[in-house]
Design a protein around this ligand. Structure first.
Ligand code: FCB
Length: 469
C-alpha cells in the first residue's frame, strides 16, 4: 500500500463495535442442487427455461459452496470479518415446501454454522433469499395467502434445529424484487408478468415476515444462540427526479411508492402508503390483524442499496405510458460513472438515502445494518508475479471506499448504522445475469471452483484490521 492510500484509509473509521461482514445467498453459491434430498425451487425451474438467463447458464454448480464451505469460512476468517450473512435454502430444509423437515438439509447448515463458530465468525442468517420451493409456486406462490403460513412453518423448523446456534435472523431478502421482477415484470423467477396484478405478493411476503418474527420470538434465546435479533432486509434506492418539473417530481414520487415505501411503511408504521397514484383505493388482501403482525418491533432494519434511480414522467406513447405506469427511467447525469451492470456509482446518494430513512421514519426506524452493498466489474485474472494469480480491481475498491465513507457520513448525521456487509464474499450466480456479473471480493473460476483473492479482499481486510488499532 502506498502512503496516500494508507492516509485515506486512516480517515475512514466507523464506530467501535461496528460489524464488518460479507454476504452471499444459498442459490447463488451452493450448487449441489439435488444433494441430501433438496427439492426444486422456482429458480431451478426458471434457469432451466431457455432464454431466461442471459448467458444460458444455471446454478447446478455455481461457486460449489455446498461442498467447499470450509474454504469459504477460511476466506472469511483471513478477512477478519466479524460476521457472515448467508441464506438458508428452504427447499433443502423442506423439499416440498410443507410437511416435515429434511434432516439431511438441516445437518448441513448445522455443520456449517458450527464451522463458522469455530472460526469466531457470527452468523447472520437470511431465511428466505428467493428460493421458493416449486410446489408452493405451483399452488400460487406468493400470490396466495397460504404461502405466508407455509413460510412461517418452515421458519419454525429452522429455529427448532438451529435456534441453539444462531440468534440473528433476517426474515426476507428484498421482497420488492420478488414482486417487481418476479411477478410484475417476469425478469426473475417465477417469471410472471402480472404488472399491478403482482401487488398481492407484497402483502403475502410481508405477512410471512410478520408470522416469522412471531415464530422466532416464540422460539426464544437458547444457550449458544446469543440474544435474539430479528430484522428484514429491504432494498432501497434514492429516487432522483429527472428535473424539478411537476410531472417529473410526481413520477419520482410514484416510483418511490412502489419500490421503497410499500415495503417499508407497513413494517415500520403499520400502514400501507396511499396508492391512488396507481388507481388503487386500498391495498389488496389485507385482513384484520395483518398489519399488527407485519409491524411487530424489529431489532434491526436491513438495507440493501447499490445505486440511485433517475426517474421521469413517461413520454407519451412510451412502453411505460402504454402499460399505465406513471413513471419511466431516466438517464443519470452525464459523466456519472457506472458499474459493469451499468448501475450509476453515486456514493453521496447512499448517504442521502440513509439520512432520508432516519428523517422520514425517526424513532420507528430500528438500528440499520447495511446487509448488501457492492459492485460488479469485469475482472481480469493475471499472474501475480509470484507464480500465483491476482485480480487488480481498483474500481471495486473505489466503489466500496466511497460507499463506506457515505455510511460514516450518515452516522455523523445521526443515523444509527451498526454494520456493513459487502455483496459479495465471492463471485456467484447473478440470477438472470448468470455468470456475467462478478461482485466478489474473491474471484471464482466457475470451471474449476478455484478461488483467487482480489485486491479488494486485501483492501477490506486491511480496513477491518485498521479499525481495531
Ligand atoms: C441484490 C440481491 C443479491 C445480489 C445483488 C447484486 O438484489 O439481493 O442476491 O444479486 O442484488
Amino acid at each position: 500500500m502506498d502512503a496516500s492510500s494508507a492516509g485515506a484509509m486512516e480517515s475512514l473509521r466507523l464506530p467501535a463495535g461496528f460489524r464488518w461482514g460479507a454476504a452471499t445467498a444459498a442459490f447463488q453459491i451452493e450448487g449441489s442442487t439435488t444433494a441430501d434430498g433438496r427439492g426444486p425451487s422456482i429458480w431451478d425451474t426458471f434457469t432451466a427455461e431457455p432464454g431466461r438467463v442471459i448467458d444460458g447458464s444455471n446454478a447446478l454448480v455455481a461457486a460449489d459452496s455446498y461442498r467447499r464451505y470450509r474454504d469459504d469460512i477460511a476466506l472469511l476468517a483471513d478477512l477478519g470479518a466479524t460476521d457472515y450473512r448467508f441464506s438458508i435454502s428452504w427447499p433443502r430444509v423442506q423439499p416440498g415446501g410443507s410437511g416435515p423437515a429434511n434432516a439431511a438439509g438441516l445437518d448441513h447448515y448445522e455443520r456449517f454454522v458450527d464451522a463458522l463458530g469455530e472460526a469466531g465468525i457470527a452468523p447472520l442468517a437470511t431465511l428466505y433469499h428467493w428460493d421458493l420451493p416449486q410446489p408452493l409456486e405451483d399452488a400460487g406462490g406468493w400470490l396466495v395467502r397460504d404461502t405466508a403460513s407455509r413460510y412461517a412453518d418452515y421458519v419454525g423448523l429452522v429455529l427448532d434445529r438451529l435456534g441453539d446456534r444462531v440468534g440473528r435472523w433476517i426474515t426476507l431478502n428484498e421482497p420488492a424484487m420478488t414482486t417487481l421482477e418476479g411477478y410484475a415484470l417476469g425478469t426473475q423467477a417465477p417469471g410472471r408478468t402480472l404488472m399491478l396484478g403482482a401487488l398481492p405478493t407484497v402483502h403475502h411476503q410481508l405477512l410471512g415476515h410478520g408470522l416469522a418474527v412471531a415464530a422466532i420470538r416464540a422460539s426464544g434465546a437458547r444457550p449458544g444462540s446469543g440474544p435474539i435479533e430479528v430484522g428484514i432486509t429491504n432494498n432501497h434506492t434514492l429516487v432522483v427526479p429527472a428535473s424539478e418539473e411537476a410531472a417529473d417530481l410526481m413520477a419520482a414520487g410514484a416510483f418511490d411508492l412502489i419500490y421503497n415505501r410499500i415495503f417499508i411503511d407497513p413494517v415500520l408504521t403499520g400502514a400501507y402508503p396511499d396508492l391512488s397514484a396507481f388507481g388503487l383505493a386500498e391495498f389488496p388482501g389485507v385482513e384484520p390483524g395483518d398489519l399488527e403482525a407485519i409491524s411487530a418491533p424489529l431489532d434491526f432494519y436491513g438495507v440493501n442499496s447499490y445505486n440511485p434511480t433517475y426517474v421521469a414522467a413517461p413520454a407519451e406513447g412510451s412502453e411505460f405510458a402504454l402499460a399505465g405506469l406513471p413513471f419511466e427511467p431516466a438517464a443519470p447525469p452525464e459523466g456519472t460513472l457506472v458499474t459493469g451492470f451499468d448501475w450509476p456509482v453515486v456514493p453521496g446518494a447512499f448517504a442521502e438515502l440513509l439520512v432520508g430513512l432516519h428523517r422520514d421514519y425517526g424513532d420507528v426506524l430500528p438500528p440499520v445494518v447495511i446487509t448488501e452493498n457492492g459492485a460488479s466489474y469485469v475482472d481480469e485474472v493475471v499472474p501475480d508475479g509470484d507464480g500465483g494469480l491476482a485480480v487488480h480491481d481498483a474500481d471495486r475498491i473505489a466503489y466500496l471506499d466511497g460507499h463506506l465513507r457515505a455510511v460514516a457520513a450518515a452516522i455523523e448525521q445521526g443515523v444509527d448504522v451498526r454494520g456493513y456487509f459487502v455483496w459479495s464474499l465471492m463471485d456467484n450466480f447473478e440470477w438472470a445475469q448468470g455468470y456475467t456479473q462478478r461482485f466478489g471480493l474473491v474471484h471464482v473460476d466457475f470451471e474449476t471452483g478455484d478461488r483467487t483473492r482480489k485486491d479488494s479482499y486485501a483492501w477490506y481486510r486491511d480496513l477491518i484490521a485498521a479499525q481495531a488499532g
